[in-house]
Design a protein around this ligand. Sequence first.
Ligand SMILES: [Zn+2]
Length: 890
Amino acid sequence: MTELLGMRVPLLALLVLFLIRSLVTAVEKPFNFNETPGKLPKEVVPTEYTIRIVPNLDNFTVVGSETVKLSVRSAVHQLVLNALDLKVDAASVDGKELPLSAIKADNEKELLTLALPSELAAGDHFLALHFTGKINQQGQGLFYMRYQEQGSSARKIMLGTQFEATDARRFFPCWDEPAFRARFQLTAVVPENWLAVSNMPIEREQKVAGGKEVRFASTPPMSSYLNVFVAGELDLIESQVGATQIRVIATKGKAELGRYALEASAQILKYYNDYFGVPYPLPKLDQIAIPGGFGGAMENWGGITYYESVLLFDPKNSSAETKQDIYEVVAHEMAHMWFGDLVTMAWWDNLWLNEGFASWMGSKCTAHFNPQWEVWLARKLPRDPTRRTGIAKEAAMEGDARSTTHPIQQRIATEAEANSAFDDITYKKGQSFLRMLESFLGEDVFRDGILRYMAAHEYSNTTTADLWNALSEASNKSVAEIAAGWTEQPGFPVVNVKREADGKVQFSQERFTVNFKNAPPLLWEVPLTYSVVGGTSTTLLMTEKTASPENIPADRALKLNVNGAGNYRVEYDEPSWQLLLKALPKLGVEDSVNLMSDAWALVQAGRAPVSLYLGLVEKLPASTDLAEREQFINVLDFMNDLLVGSSEREKFQRYARSLLCPTFETLGWEPKAGESPNSGRLRASLISALGDLNDPEIIAGSRKRFDKYLADPTSLPPDLRAPVLAVVGRYADENTWNKLHELGLKTTSSEDKQNYYNALACATDPKLVNKTLAIALTDELPTSRATFLVSRVARDSGRPDIAWDFAKANMKTLLAKVDAAGANRYAPSLFIFFSDQSRADELKHYAEKNLPQATAPEMAKAVDEIRFRAEFKTRLGAELNTWIDRKEQR
Ligand SMILES: [Zn+2]
């Protein structure tokens, strides 16, 4: 009986795993236009657009006209294209006017349907449209920004666009799905003293009534969402790389602050020209700094737009962190000039092809030229306050361990779903998987695959299958089969390491989850790496549930996931763990950071007590390595936030300070001559962490330096500004709050402004919390920053309850400032700082009554996060108590 049972269980398990795997490997096909998802019929394909727009800045409207050359592939009776918030008041086909009754706009479906009087035969035809639209306040479609000009008190206005994912249709009627590539030729009328920028160089400028008419050259065939138009009182600096003119464009008085970005983009352009084997194809490449509208950056072909604080660098006043931010963002966006623009994903279900790849390529290039930044490891405080870590892999794995995750490749049916696809899984799991795949196939083989892919698909669209095919050809390995588990199923594995009594080592894999009971079991092909500490590393493609490595000495430490390059966790049994702890001084920083991250994840998952993590941290040899120290600063920070209001918090803070103080004492307050930029960044992290942990010396030191700074701004080194201001803000009285606010109002530097308002968001006095929140309703900050301010307050003040009450009362005004990509996330994200079960129900009720259905996935994530925090808070408090008591007795 027992034998039988022993036989049947594995058989059943094998069968289940086989079924799972065959489900997963029902893979997609290479790109095929006719089979690409989307709403628009495929019979009619636009090939060339000629667009003319005349914006009216007095009433924020636009008058436009366009002619579209159509290739009709089979006869049709109607034309169906995208338009949203546009009024089409005239249409003609091949010069024949359609009656107004033939023009139907459906704002709900975002479609424009033109009924034709007779059948339109296959062949080339011309559609002409006349339309009016509007200029938006938030960063979608065509939008305006008000800003204060550098070196003057004048308030100015300028225009910009943001089309990805589905907002080109707000600017002009178009076939607004990525597979419909066409040439776009734009003409715009702007005030005479303005500079207008688009994807291509200016072909002709002429005076017209009300300003000047600027005509841009026609683009190569590309997707509609990559169009760009920016205009205002702008300045530029420029240089040349081979045949490409490169420029940084900013509002008047700020162009010189683009010097660093200009130099970085020259370096990056040469690297990519070489890496991709296809040189950058347009005559010019602009990096455009805009003072609002949206928070990030957008890879419009030939005219990349950036929120100005991620492009402009002031050598006297900007921090080392800002410098790194700029390099990384520029490298990411420029990678899109190939991956995204030259070759574009066929549909939004493959968005990861754009974003995962650009994230990986950008990091690879950044690390190549700036190894000291520890790009793959260091925390880099995320700009978005709702993100817990800046390390791509960790951020992706945190979300991917939950019940609310999704596969990298996911079905996308609607515009709202397309906008929701821009998440950590798409960007960061994509990046992390590509890094693992590159290290498995080898750098040269991987690049050979990319060369083939670029050459085969330039000026066209692709699916993930096309990339795997190119990599399979280059490597002679079945990449699609390895990749399927990582891109087509959710989650990732933990590999368990077990030492048997006879000294043999056994690996086994299972799905790693956090706060997710009864998760369906899954299996991966894991490109596993391991080494006996001090020895060389071995790669093993683990295709089954278990594997047995050979020749591991029983008395030597074994480290899996060498350099942390793999997208999986590792859980060691007690003997293996003890050997590793003894070998810690011999581990490189990548491996020690990887051990710390995995140990912390095991604690979150409830697979290990917090003593596993803290025991490791306490055993680390003293060091001022940035990545290693920031890993536990980040964890202590999270614990400190979670423990708000609990009785264990004070004891915890004392303990946490004792862990961080020795490193701060080594570094000291003042930068030392010739120290590495990383020391400056670590010092900054320690000041803000110790400030949060209520360290009296740090609080007094920050106040003293702030007073000096008020008298002499140069007295505070750029790296220390953000943390010192944050500590001062946290413990501010009304008078100090007012001073910080005044400084924020006055400055024209986006970076300084951000530091001041971030400091305001830290204030914990409820009266001041409310004062900070009220700023979000004014136009003191660019729209995207104003809405972030509320999230900042929710996190940094320790009073998410006040922030939520405020947001609830003003939701309509706040949502009007959020761009398309943020709309679904905004309200749910304000809940993730709660650790009280009842808030989960409150969010659900609120969403049912007030939020569109499209927010459901984000709401589910927030509910899961609240539940996780509630459970973890109780468990953590008790375990910390025991650990700290024991330590104090030691
Ligand atoms: Zn991107």
